[in-house]
Design a protein around this ligand. Structure first.
Ligand SMILES: Nc1ncnc2c1ncn2[C@@H]1O[C@H](COP(=O)(O)OP(=O)(O)OP(=O)(O)O)[C@@H](O)[C@H]1O
Length: 793
């Protein structure tokens, strides 16, 4: 590794024209052939072996202070792009706080020389007048909804807050109005004006909607996201620099972008609003490590105030948000999730085949706009077709559909009163349709939080609406499968981390290492999600790494009709190199591929030169750019552990946390069954979970399944009574799968959970043993296979 890093450094620092090749997946760089970047075609090392870059390559660039701002503006992270494209199917917040605020304001030279006490109610009349004025002038509304005004006042006075309002409760205004009011308020109070309010939101589509709506109202708002051209991002940065923006929206992943962070660091941050703030809590179903970084960002940017927003947060999650963002308890504003007009119904089933006729009956007897939530894409398509066959007007929606198709389904739903959408949970976020009459959960919801959020989309007009839940023991297997599919085997985590540590043994603090997460995922049979969580642990828990601007190694693009003749006449060597690379990678489809890292290594030219050239073609409309092959980059904060005991301790701790996540997911899913099978009002049980029981009253809602029938649901035994692990089936799996170093992998095969290694071993879906023991207890399967693996060692 030392040799590899050294060789690479040599090329960059002293021999910029040497062509370097990485040999083997993790081996050293080898000098291949020298050639100048401007050599004519044919002499540029084309006959040299292709350069392979290890999934763990290290750019030993000690550029702590030397940030290449231009490059870091290029694009955003993979996950941000994924979010924009795929929504949040199965498995889709920081405060400055008063303490920090006080500290900052007492700092000499602080712009807030006059401290404002957020609890000082004597200034409320001014704020109230101002807030009402903006509400009327900009939005045309006369009155605030419950809690809105209190939150807005607190923020204007410099306090931080957490808002827990149900979906459609009017959360957006609680940060939009302060963002517009702060300058005027400062004027009244004789404070210096200026600065920006930043909104961190995970869904690009939602950001775009909000920015469009604000711009239509004349508000200076913008968003930066991975779907924009570089030009458009630079334009937004320019507006930010000139102080011409009031509100800037971005995704949490943007905070890994050094260019962005640097830009914000030099700006006065009046407010950071964090949407979906519950993602910070490891107790919640939607934990996203990037949210822990949002909290860090708020602190580092010295934001004057923070507002965390969420639609569902039980007390434990609220605590995490308060703590994570340093907000005092007095800043918590909660509007109960209970909605009187929603009737919570449920129906038990012995077999899944019985569900469809029941769904048809239900939708026939309950007319109006409806959403039927299912778990998988294929299920969404099949159920929608079956409904159509039964003369119920239905369309399907899931994240695997083309963007245009999804938009047209959504538009049709918004404009009609009789359409049923059969969808995965990707559908609904940001849908503000007042007259949705029915929400059906055809399968197990993933948690009470998910259930509450989804039913919250019904009856926003206040009219009676039904929420029907189908519970079937057989579905539990599928739910358990989803909960279990993310946890990799410990062996794989062990192999990956040891490889990472060994390879970067000599890398010192301040240097940058790179990780090709997709490749690592395949090599080590660890899902990308889990890998990202593992890296987050290295970053936030063990404080060894810090994510910085990722880069794209492969650029995929669709050429326009004029591109071929354009590039044929381009005499620039960079264009020629790219053109050659395209020819070498020519596939059957229209898409072209360029590996900028490889081009850079082969030709001894900085990768940015290639990136900028491709980008300029995109800006000129000559190509439709789709960057891919993301390389995550991390700056080392301290070296990886070297001592065997330290290495093992870190691996054990990291894996323990991964196991804990699996247990938590299962526990959350089981809560759904408990709610339906425990005697008592369902609405009250749900409200209790969120600490809102007072909103329902001790007598219950009077109209849920339990209140009508007086009986809880009885579930089939499949969940409680698992089948015994019998030897015949166990042996069949062992005979079909040769793997003996990974009992968890064998258990996955038996249970029906796929992975790249399982597919490679030909034990996936097409193998009859795949899923043959799905009725057994998963942990027992792991134990049994472990015994067999040991005995064959
Ligand atoms: N004070 C008000 N008076 C009238 N309408 C309001 C008021 N506040 C918000 N609204 C409207 O209520 C709707 C929902 O508001 P908003 O989108 O902010 O809700 P939300 O809490 O963010 O919902 P979600 O969780 O679904 O994103 C919007 O159409 C908004 O314009």
């Amino acid at each position: 590794m030392a040799y590899r890093a050294l060789a690479y450094r040599s090329r960059v620092a002293r021999f910029p024209r040497l062509n370097i090749c990485a040999v083997g997946p993790i081996a050293s760089f080898r000098i291949v052939t020298p050639h100048p970047p401007s050599l004519p075609q044919g002499l540029n090392g084309r006959n040299t072996p292709l350069v392979t870059i290890s999934p763990f390559s290290t750019t030993a660039s000690h550029n702590r202070g030397g940030l290449n701002m231009e490059e870091s503006y290029d694009f955003d992270t993979a996950s941000e792009a994924q979010f924009s494209q795929f929504g949040r199917d199965e498995g889709a917040e920081p405060t400055s706080g008063e303490k920090r605020l006080k500290r900052k304001r007492s700092e000499p030279g602080s712009s807030n020389s006059r401290a404002i006490d957020p609890n000082d109610t004597t200034v409320y009349p001014t704020t109230s007048k101002l807030a009402h004025k903006i509400l009327k002038e900009t939005w045309g509304f006369d009155e605030f909804r419950p809690n809105q005004e209190a939150v807005i006042s607190r923020l204007i006075h410099g306090g931080s807050a957490i808002v827990v309002f149900p979906t459609g409760g009017g959360k957006s205004l609680t940060f939009q109005i302060p963002a517009l009011a702060l300058d005027e308020y400062d004027g009244i109070m004789g404070q210096p004006k200026g600065g920006i309010s930043i909104v961190v939101s995970p869904l690009i589509a939602l950001m775009k909607d909000q920015v469009d709506a604000l711009q239509k109202r004349g508000v200076k708002a913008a968003a930066i996201d991975s779907t924009q051209t570089r030009e458009s991002v630079l334009h937004t940065y320019d507006l930010l620099r000139k102080g011409e923006l009031k509100l800037l929206y971005c995704a949490p992943e943007r905070l890994n972008n050094e260019g962005f962070v640097e830009m914000v660091r030099h700006t006065r941050v009046r407010l950071i609003a964090v949407d979906e703030a519950h993602c910070i809590s490891e107790w919640g179903q939607a934990f996203r490590p990037d949210y822990l970084k949002v909290a860090r960002f708020v602190k580092e940017m010295k934001a004057e105030r923070v507002l965390c927003l969420t639609a569902t947060a039980r007390p434990k999650v609220c605590e995490d948000i308060l703590k994570g963002f340093d907000v005092p308890e007095s800043g918590l504003f909660k509007t109960p999730t209970y909605r009187e007009n929603l009737q919570l119904l449920a129906e038990p089933f012995d077999t899944i085949d019985d569900k469809l006729p029941k769904l048809v009956d239900f939708l026939r007897s309950s007319p109006g706009s409806s959403i039927v939530y299912v778990t998988t894409h294929s299920q969404a398509e099949k159920v929608a077709l079956s409904l159509e066959a039964s003369d119920i007007r239905a369309l399907h929606y899931h994240a695997g559909m083309e963007k245009d198709e999804r938009a047209s389904v959504q538009d049709e739903f918004m404009g009609r009163k009789d359409l049923t959408i059969v969808a995965t949970i990707a559908f609904g976020m940001g849908i503000d349709k007042p007259d949705i009459r029915n929400i059906v959960h055809y399968d197990f919801p993933r948690s009470l939080e998910g259930y509450s959020q989804e039913i919250g989309r019904a009856g926003r007009d206040g009219l009676p609406s039904k929420c029907m839940l189908f519970l079937c023991g057989e579905d539990w297997v599928q739910r358990e499968l989803f909960c279990r599919m993310d946890l990799p085997s410990k062996k794989n985590v062990n192999d990956l981390l040891r490889k990472l540590f060994a390879l970067n043994e000599e890398v010192e603090a301040g240097h940058v290492i790179e990780a090709r997460v997709l490749q690592q995922s395949k090599t080590h049979d660890i899902k990308v999600n889990s890998l990202n969580l593992l890296y987050s642990q290295l970053e936030l828990r063990f404080e060894i790494l810090r994510a910085i601007t990722p880069k794209y190694s492969t650029y995929k693009f669709i050429p326009s009709d004029s591109f071929a003749s354009f590039i044929a006449n381009d005499e620039d060597p960079i264009a020629k190199f790219i053109s050659e690379d395209i020819k070498e990678r020519e596939g059957r489809g229209r898409a072209k591929y360029v590996d900028v890292d490889q081009l850079s290594l082969q030709n001894g030219i900085r990768r940015e030169e290639f990136v900028h050239r491709i980008q300029s073609w995109s800006d000129q409309g000559l190509i439709l750019l789709q960057p891919g092959g993301v390389v995550q980059r991390y700056r080392m904060i301290k070296p990886f552990p070297k001592d065997e005991a330290d290495i093992q301790a870190l691996i054990d701790k990291a894996y323990e946390q991964m196991e804990q996540r699996e247990m938590d997911d299962l526990r959350r899913s089981k809560k759904m069954i408990e709610l339906m099978t425990t005697p008592g009002c369902i609405a009250l049980g749900l409200a209790k979970h969120f600490g809102d029981e007072d909103s329902v009253g001790t007598k219950g809602c009077g109209k849920c399944q339990f209140c009508i029938t007086g009986k809880p649901l009885i579930m089939s035994d499949a969940i409680i009574n698992k089948a015994p692990v019998d030897l015949d089936r166990l042996v069949a799996v062992l005979e079909a799968c040769r793997v003996r170093d990974d009992p968890r992998l064998l258990a996955k095969v038996a249970f029906g959970i796929s992975s790249p290694r399982i597919t490679k071993e030909k034990c996936g879906h097409r193998n009859p043993v795949f899923g043959s023991m799905a009725d057994c207890d998963f942990d027992e399967l792991v134990n049994e296979f472990a015994k067999h693996c040991k005995s064959e060692e």
